[in-house]
Design a protein around this ligand. Structure first.
Ligand SMILES: O=P(O)(O)O[C@@H]1C[C@H](O)[C@@H](CO)O1
Length: 329
């Protein structure tokens, strides 16, 4: 390669790096600082910013998993806030996560929906990934429905199955990483929140009921979700270890949101769409791919929308029955 071409390449690379740095600086999201700078008052100001601009008061929050953004697209009377237009919000960087808050209605019931979530592997500390849950809380949301794409580890699970999450194993928590790290904000919840009832039993039963009504019981399962930090998919040995530990599906999200929501007294229901079967055998040459995850999500989009719509109606009609499981902040 001639000296001139090398020089041109250098100039070009420097320009690209400078642009990337500018973007990172602009979105100011790369931080591994353990100090949660989202004070109660700052979260209040974000909630006020949103409430000042919408005329609905949602009690139900939804988080769209990878490739499941059509849940938000199907809301009626939508008011959309791209994350970069909301003060102090991080931005989404993952394909299949549009990166906006969508307010609107499902069956006339007001909803606050994250069309795109934040993952630890994007470079955000967990307290930052989970911050929108506290915004939901101060907007008035009492019930959270979290969805995600996950790899199926239980050999009985097929691609396209939906696993209602009955419990989780917080692997990142085992390593000391938790969205509640740092000084506790008592106005959100207690220093040491219990987690044995994180996934509301009545709502889990209601989802089975909804699945039955929709004739989809055969694809709706229940199980334990475990979170890894990502972004790499798991090794064979890691997956075999998780299976021995009782894990049915593995993913890279949701747990930090559920912990934060349960901490501040929200009632939680969550489900995983099984988008790929985990490779637990060295002779199996298939590999997990994000494109496959997105395809499986697109395929199931209509069924997921129907299920979400049933769950939302159930919560709206019955939400008072769950208040015994809420501890007040
Ligand atoms: O946001 P979710 O948990 O649905 O996304 C999963 C985990 C990774 O972000 C990605 C891998 O394909 O999908």
């Amino acid at each position: 390669m001639s000296i001139n071409i090398l020089k041109e390449n250098n100039v070009r690379n420097n320009r690209l790096n400078a642009n990337a740095l500018k973007k990172v600086k602009h979105i100011s999201h790369i931080s591994h600082n353990n100090e949660n700078f989202y004070t109660y008052e700052l979260i209040q100001s974000i909630a006020k910013f949103l409430l000042d601009r919408i005329n609905i008061r949602p009690k139900i929050g939804i988080i769209c998993g990878s490739g499941m953004g059509t849940i938000a697209d199907s809301l009626t009377d939508r008011h959309i806030f791209p994350y970069e237009t909301i003060p102090h919000f991080p931005v989404s960087t993952v394909p299949g996560h549009e990166g906006r808050l969508v307010f609107g209605c499902v069956n006339g019931i007001p909803i606050m929906c994250m069309q795109g979530r934040f993952h630890y592997y994007e470079g955000y500390p967990l307290w930052k990934c989970a911050m929108p849950i506290r915004v939901m809380k101060l907007v008035g949301v009492t019930h959270l429905l979290a969805t995600n794409a996950a790899g199926g580890l239980n050999p009985d699970f097929e691609v396209g199955d939906i696993m209602i999450i009955k419990d989780h194993i917080n692997l990142m928590g085992f390593a000391g990483n938790n969205p509640l790290l740092g000084v506790n904000e008592d106005r959100f919840g207690p220093r040491f929140p219990p987690m044995n009832k994180a996934y509301n039993k009545k709502l889990r039963e209601a989802v089975h009921g909804a699945a039955k009504d929709l004739n989809m019981s055969s694809i709706v399962k229940e199980g334990v979700y475990s979170v890894i930090g990502g972004p790499n998919f798991e090794t064979v040995a890691e997956l075999n270890m998780l299976r021995i530990c009782g894990v049915d599906a593995v993913g890279m999200s949701t747990v930090h949101e559920v912990i934060t929501a349960h901490h501040c007294g929200m009632t939680v229901i969550a489900f995983s769409l099984i988008t790929n079967k985990c490779v637990t055998n060295y002779d199996d040459h298939s590999e997990a791919k994000h494109s496959e995850v997105m395809e499986a999500a697109a395929e199931r989009a209509p069924l997921i929308r129907s299920l979400v719509s049933k769950i939302v109606s159930y919560i709206d009609e019955n939400h008072l029955i769950c208040t015994d499981e809420i501890f007040s902040p």
